[in-house]
Write a protein that binds this ligand. Structure first.
Ligand code: OOB
Length: 552
């Protein structure tokens, strides 16, 4: 194992803000694991976890977490050590994460779909001492000096079951509320994930605030429909917020809508959080959702037409949540009028959230105009972990996080998400906004859904790729799409160079468009330099069909 290095520290806000967050009771002397495991007055015999036939009371959950904490200590994992966790949703994942937090170690929560390349980057950046992983989908990365804990057991790795079944005394370490409790990963769909340090005091507030705004209490049965390694299902209020409120966390037996519907019926689920596509699928299934008192939808934009479909099915029990792993959470409120719930992404959860909406010049825009959302507040980070370049780009000098989201604020103070800032294809130095091209393509005949992504090119660096899901049997081809866009007045250099027809657009595990997957789809094996066409293209027209690009 590597030398033990100092525990990471989170960048704290200026002293006056620390004083304010504390004085207003947002930050308290509490630890995430204590808040979750010991809500005041909760009966140890009450059920905490339901998963298929498995049932854990609060007392049993606390005992399992204590055993896991002891097990990781026996493995040589100590306070401040980072442990990357990539496990499928379920009680073992929750016990592993809480056990690590309880032992003072810092879990780094990776969604199950994180690939080996990303995993390697995360382990290296975290300087992780151990990796808890569920092998099978791909090979375990060979990472010198990192203890691999596998679930299920696997040769060459420590078995997670053995770690969780330790019977030594639980560690006596008690963290400081200002300490990092765990790391989330940034939800970016381009580039490698960044590590987001969340402290006990900021996440404790995140949980209490979210639980209150979602109206959860000891009677709530919350279904973890999304991976609990994602902030939404972890703590907004998610499984941790519901347990902290004295309620029950329910895990589905598999991914996919049928398993969710099965768990909802079987465990009489009262609340869940999903991405937009899942919410629509649940509501369109015709299943009885009358017991569902709360359906939170977020992670990607819920378009008004879909929101109306959801409301038609479950009434005013929809809550839109526009959040980010970096912190800020916006919620529509449970008593908001229908046009707010269906037409906006809600407003900040805390009076301490300082939200600025700024134009290209960095100055605030008037209400109603679109600008980039910047935020500072009691549960938003001040820096990523070990990422100086990203930090310089993502935080202002006075500690505001630049979300990259383009939003506008309506008369009622609610935010409407309009897109993302600066998603460009860099076509030989010319920047082509993917939002601009996508916005025009929505109206193109024969197109049901579409996306634009950069495709590597030997000479230009990148070219403009268009990915189309056809509306009927006949998909438009590249020439049709170029003609249409030209007719819309799009500049010649922004016209697409390549078109691919897809059955569906690839999504990330949390339902965001996976632009990186589109790029990968259209990249020739071996990368752009593997092209056989060595002619130097003239700008734009040389890349029309027939040269090195593909029309399918
Ligand atoms: C949630 O967190 P992340 O970190 O995976 O992604 C954050 C980004 C936001 O910056 C925004 O671009 C997008 O995802 N987003 C939404 C949205 N919720 C998130 N875009 C439009 N409408 C929404 N409702 O995705 C996340 C974290 C906590 C709670 C909910 C979502």
């Amino acid at each position: 194992m590597p030398e033990r290095d100092p525990a990471p520290v989170a960048v704290a806000p200026p002293a006056d803000l620390v004083a304010e967050y504390t004085a207003r009771g947002w930050w308290r002397d509490e630890l995430v694991d204590e808040l979750v495991l010991r809500p005041s007055g909760a009966d140890p015999d009450r059920v905490a976890i339901l998963a298929g036939d498995q049932r854990l009371t609060r007392g049993e959950l606390a005992a399992r977490v204590a055993a896991a904490a002891a097990g990781f200590r026996e493995l040589g994992v100590g306070p401040g050590d980072r442990v990357v966790v990539r496990l499928p949703n379920g009680p073992d994942l929750l016990v592993t994460v809480l056990g690590l937090v309880r032992s003072g170690a810092l879990p780094v929560l990776a969604v199950p779909a994180l690939g080996t390349r990303e995993l390697r980057h995360v382990v290296t950046t975290a300087q992780a001492r151990a990796l808890v992983v569920s092998p099978g989908r791909d090979e375990l990365p060979d990472l010198p000096g990192v203890t691999v804990v596998a679930h299920p057991a696997r040769s060459g790795a420590v078995a997670l079951a053995d770690v969780l079944a330790a019977d030594g005394p639980p560690p006596s370490h008690r963290a400081d509320p200002a300490d990092v409790a765990f790391f989330l990963l940034s939800g970016g769909t381009t580039g490698l994930p960044k590590l987001i340090p969340r402290t006990h005091r900021d996440y404790g507030y995140n949980l209490r605030m979210s639980a209150e705004l979602a109206g959860v209490d000891e009677n709530t049965r919350y279904l973890a429909a999304l991976p609990v390694t994602h902030n939404f299902a972890l703590g907004c209020p998610g499984v941790l917020g519901v347990l902290a409120a004295g309620g029950t966390a329910v895990f589905p037996s598999a991914t996919g809508v049928p398993a969710l519907l099965d768990a909802i019926a079987r465990h009489r689920v009262t609340a869940t959080a999903t991405v937009p596509g899942m919410a629509v699928a649940l509501c369109d299934s015709g299943a009885d959702l009358s017991g569902l008192a709360l359906l939170q939808v977020g992670g990607a934009k819920l378009h008004r037409a879909d929101a109306l479909r959801v409301v038609k099915s479950i009434g005013g029990r929809l809550q839109q949540v526009f959040g980010m792993a970096e912190g800020l959470l916006n919620f529509t409120r449970l008593d908001d009028p229908e046009d707010v719930v269906t037409g906006t992404q809600g407003r900040p959860g805390s009076p301490g959230d300082e939200v600025l909406i700024v134009g290209e010049d960095g100055q605030p825009v008037p209400d109603g105009q679109i600008g980039e959302l910047l935020v500072r507040g009691p549960y938003t980070i001040g820096a990523y972990h070990r990422a100086p370049e990203a930090n310089a780009a993502s935080f202002t000098s006075n500690g505001f996080y630049r979300s990259g989201d383009l939003v506008r604020r309506d008369e009622g103070g609610n935010l409407v998400v309009e897109g993302r800032r600066r998603e460009f294809v860099n076509r030989g130095g010319e920047k082509v906004s993917v939002n601009e091209v996508e916005g025009l393509l929505v109206g193109c005949p024969g197109v049901a859904a579409c996306a634009v992504a950069p495709v590597p090119h030997e000479f230009l660096g990148e070219t403009v790729g268009v990915f189309v899901v056809p509306a009927g049997d006949a998909a438009p081809d590249l020439a049709d799409v170029r003609r249409y866009l030209r007719h819309q007045g799009l500049a010649g250099y922004k016209l697409p160079d390549l078109l691919r027809v897809l059955e569906a657009l690839p999504l990330t595990p949390v339902g965001k468009l996976d632009r990186a997957a589109l790029t990968a789809l259209a990249t020739p094996p071996g990368g752009a330099s593997a092209r056989t066409d060595r002619s130097h293209p003239e700008p734009q027209e040389a890349l029309c069909p027939g040269t090195s690009t593909t029309t399918s």
